[in-house]
Every structure is written in structure tokens, then in C-alpha cells.
Design a protein around this ligand. Structure first.
Ligand code: GRF
Length: 203
């Protein structure tokens, strides 16, 4: 059976691209991106979707009286596309309770730091300013907290003395583009089991 994926984005969409490329190459099998949804009208990610013949939807949050109403509309789009898995790929909003409950353990996020350190915005900058000697990225299931859900995969990168924040962010991004498709593949193949906050990888 094909896993229908919805990708939520707000920006340039390089992580979206990594999933598209890994589906097209056959690394991730039995899955398709059914829809890309953005809360930003001119997000380059939407352009990337169109280039690959993927349905793109812009939902303007300011058209809705509340976050609940906005997400109700999003749930309609997700339902219309028979969504099995939601990927947050640079989606800059916290997901509301109803969506999380409806898609429990079926929403994954990519974060550019080694959680639980450096949650929230500008994680690479936070890590750089703190002076850590290693950083990295995390793919995790999404729960109601901010970047607090069960961890699926993490990858480390060194922080070099000569680095700028941009150097570090670029090194982390390379690993993001590897572990997000890896996590999607594990999910699609039914190899992830969530036990409390521990994600067990089934062989
Ligand atoms: C990535 O660094 C991701 O980890 C974070 O937002 C950024 C999105 O980049 N959540 P892109 O839009 O995927 O290029």
C-alpha cells in the first residue's frame, strides 16, 4: 500500500526536496507526497512541489479567525489527500492539539540541533553562541510541546573553531537532508514503534 505524505512548509523547502529526491530515486518506496501545504504564499517550497507535479496548497492563516479554524481547514486538505504521514519541513508554526491527536505518532519534524538542547527558533545560532563543540540535527515525532516529542534519529556534526554560524548551519543541513529521508523510509516500512517517549527501531 502507498503511504500518502503531506509536507508542511513555510520557506525554501530544501528538506522537502530531499524527500522528493529520495522518493524519485526509489530509496523511499511505496510512498508519495500527496500534497505540500504552506502558510506562506511565496514560499519557494511551493515552487519545488509544482516542479515535481505535486499538489501545492497555500492556506493563509490571516484568513481565519483563530488557529483552530485555520487548522480545521488544514485538516480538510489532509483528509482530502488521504494523509497517512505529515512531515514538518521548515514549518514555522506550532501544531495544535486536535491535529496532533488526530495524527498521533504520524507527524514528524526535522530540527537543526541535538534535542533536547536548543529548542525553538535559530537553533544553529543558539548552539553556536553557547559554544558547543558538537551539534547536529534531530528527527522526532511531534507532540504538544515545542520540539519535545519522541526522537527517531539524530546525527552529529563538529563545530570548528573557524566556523561562522552559517558554516555550522550548512554542515547541519547536509545531515538534515540525510536523516529526514531515512526517518521517512523507516516510518513507511513500518519500522518505528513508539513506547512512551522511546522510539524503537524494528528490524
Ligand atoms: C531547517 O533547518 C529545518 O531543520 C528547520 O527549518 C529549516 C528549514 O529549511 N526546521 P528548509 O525549508 O527545509 O530548506
Amino acid at each position: 500500500m502507498t503511504t500518502n505524505i503531506a509536507v508542511l512548509v513555510s520557506g525554501r523547502g530544501s528538506n522537502l526536496q530531499s524527500v522528493i529526491d529520495n522518493i524519485e530515486s526509489g530509496y523511499i518506496r511505496d510512498a508519495r507526497i500527496a500534497v505540500v501545504i504552506s502558510d506562506v504564499g511565496d514560499a519557494y517550497a511551493l515552487e519545488r512541489a509544482r516542479k515535481h507535479g505535486i499538489t501545492d496548497v497555500y492556506i493563509d492563516p490571516s484568513d481565519y479567525a483563530s488557529k483552530q479554524e485555520y487548522e480545521k481547514e488544514m485538516m480538510e486538505v489532509l483528509k482530502d489527500n488521504d494523509t497517512d504521514l505529515i512531515i514538518l519541513a521548515g514549518y514555522m508554526r506550532l501544531i495544535g492539539k486536535e491535529l496532533i491527536v488526530t495524527y498521533s505518532n504520524r507527524i514528524i519534524n526535522i530540527h537543526p540541533a541535538l534535542l533536547p538542547s536548543f529548542k525553538g527558533l535559530h537553533a544553529q545560532q543558539q548552539a553556536f553562541d553557547y559554544g558547543v563543540k558538537v551539534s547536529g540535527c534531530t528527527v522526532h515525532f511531534v507532540d504538544e510541546g515545542m520540539d519535545t516529542g519522541p526522537i527517531i534519529l539524530q546525527r552529529c556534526v563538529p563545530v570548528l573553531d573557524t566556523d561562522t554560524t552559517d558554516d555550522l548551519a550548512a554542515r547541519i543541513l547536509i545531515e538534515e537532508h540525510r536523516i529526514l529521508p531515512e526517518a521517512v523510509k523507516l516510518f513507511v516500512e513500518g519500522k518505528l514503534k513508539v513506547e512512551g517517549r522511546i522510539v524503537v527501531h524494528i528490524n
